[in-house]
Ligand binder design. Sequence first.
Ligand code: FES
Length: 247
Amino acid sequence: MPSTVALSVARYRPEMESEPTFQTYEVPFRKDWVVLDALNHVKDSLDGSLSYRWSCRMGVCGSCGMKVNGTPKLTCATFLSDYMPGPIRVEPLDYFPVVRDLVVDLTDFVRKLKQVKPWIIRKEEKPPSEGEYLQTPEQLDAYKQFSMCINCMLCYSACPIYGLEPGFIGPAAIALAQRYNMDSRDQGAAERLNILSEHDGIWQCTFVGECTKVCPKHVDPAGAIQQYKLTSATHWVKSLLLPWGTR
Ligand code: FES
């Protein structure tokens, strides 16, 4: 194995250039280094002006998402050794405005996430003196998979529909809506269904399935969207047959 690898990194400094460019850095190759280690080496030893996001370095915070050789990845969980002998191309996630270098603006996602009300909705809260809302292990299992989402945005960057139709509410927001719909403590599924049945909601998805392939947490957003489509269609048929009450 070579002792170094070429890291070709997208740069965009809005005060200096009108278009992104690539800058190549020769970084040490170590078997236990991930792409984020290589970026940290660049920042610490070669070029302190490079901007990117990271925090936990353990696949939990979701902030280190970038494209590595064209595929959306968590850079803290992507080993250099998988791309040897290089070069390794690192770029910002697709479909989000680039703020600087590898940092993208997530305002669109945050706005969409809020729309689907990703919190427990209760028609009536019981008083604290009555204790917690208990769940069985089976009830927990029903939504646990969707609760693993870390908002890393890899699924948006992989979704060609989001690329073509920026109004599409997107895979993570739908998976997180489903996380609460399937929670036995929640009573807000009908509210969320109204939001997600709109034009920019679930029906935009053509089930390409790339979102599920790139998800580092195996959340399966594509599966959530298909579940939602079924629920929405069933709700619509019931509303035709039983117009006096479909809840
Ligand atoms: Fe937190 Fe990669 S740094 S997920």
